[in-house]
Design a protein around this ligand. Structure first.
Ligand SMILES: [Zn+2]
Length: 311
């Protein structure tokens, strides 16, 4: 196998010291249990699906994105976009399942006792989507965000919540919502944002992982981006920005011991591969993987060195 000498661009946190880009892993991905059975029935197009879409859909179900990046030296942007596009869950049934388990908080307690299904988070989420309460749907890589408006009721004024969802191979891996919910069981707002993306994917603005966008920028553009970011959010980010700047300028700091930097929108790393496989982790016995609660890509730190093919 010919050795490539250059390191790849440092757009993503290299998960191991001494990263060797010649490590191409030929083995198949670990058989994630994305059934893909949840067709919504809204796909009644008469033109055949493109070969790119068919391939991207399959890759999005099975492969951690880092494996795709490592396997191929260069992935054209349109291909990346379709993989990112198809990586969001496609099954409303799963969204229903994980929201219906919600037993805490004000949302579902009443539903269980009174049998009032309209109070269930899933039903409320459906109602929010159908009444057009979901806005600003933005997908950056493997991260979806949006705002969900709760109309005023007799007792409560109108409220608006920021919702974000991380996902990987057609499974939701983490959610946060301005209403305070951040567990693996979804509130009505998470349901609403998910359903909006499943039912009207064309209305979500789609971008590649942020590290890809940064890669296209010149040094001046990067400086401008960082300064604007700090200006807009200086109260929140200035202490962190200064600490990171000090660390980056210090040769011995931990941040300089590894190549690259974390990207919360970059999708799954190779060591996440087994976590979504059936029979592993919390989904054991059901044949279906449960979402990985609160596990975000930037938490990848200690990784096993990958197997080298033919070594
Ligand atoms: Zn919420």
């Amino acid at each position: 196998m010919a050795e490539r000498v250059q390191q790849p661009p440092a757009k993503r946190l290299c998960c191991r010291p001494g990263y060797n880009p010649t490590c191409r892993q030929g083995q198949r991905a670990g058989g994630a249990a994305c059934s893909g059975s949840g067709q919504t029935g809204s796909c009644k197009t008469q033109s055949p699906e493109s070969l790119l879409d068919i391939a991207a859909r399959k890759v999005a179900e099975k492969w951690p994105f880092q494996r795709v990046e490592e396997r191929f030296e260069r992935i054209p942007e349109p291909v990346q976009r379709r993989i990112v596009y198809w990586s969001f869950p496609r099954s409303e049934r799963e969204i229903c399942m994980y929201s219906s388990f919600n037993t805490g908080g004000e949302e579902s307690g009443a539903a269980g006792e009174n049998g009032d299904e309209s109070r269930l988070p899933f039903r409320r989420g459906v109602a929010l989507v159908e009444s057009g309460c979901v806005d600003n749907v933005l997908q950056v890589g493997f991260h979806l965000s949006g705002t969900v408006r709760e109309p005023a009721t007799a007792t409560e004024p109108e409220a608006s919540y920021s919702v974000s969802i991380s996902f990987d191979r057609c499974k939701i891996t983490a959610v946060t919502c301005g209403c305070g919910d951040r567990d693996i069981f979804y509130c009505a707002h998470v349901v609403a944002l998910s359903l909006q993306r499943i039912r009207r994917p064309q209305q979500a603005r789609l971008h590649l992982p942020i590290s890809e966008t940064l890669l296209q920028m010149s040094r001046d553009q990067l400086q401008k981006l960082v300064q604007y970011l700090i200006t807009v959010h200086h109260t929140e980010v200035l202490p962190t920005a200064q600490r990171l700047a000090d660390d980056i300028l210090s040769q011995n700091s931990q941040i300089n011991q590894v190549h690259g930097a974390p990207d919360p929108t970059a999708g799954a790393s190779v060591e996440d591969e087994k976590l979504l496989a059936p029979g592993r982790g919390t989904g054991a016995g059901t044949g279906e993987a449960l979402p990985l609660a609160r596990r975000l890509p930037w938490q990848r730190q200690a990784a096993q060195p990958p197997l080298r093919q033919g070594a």
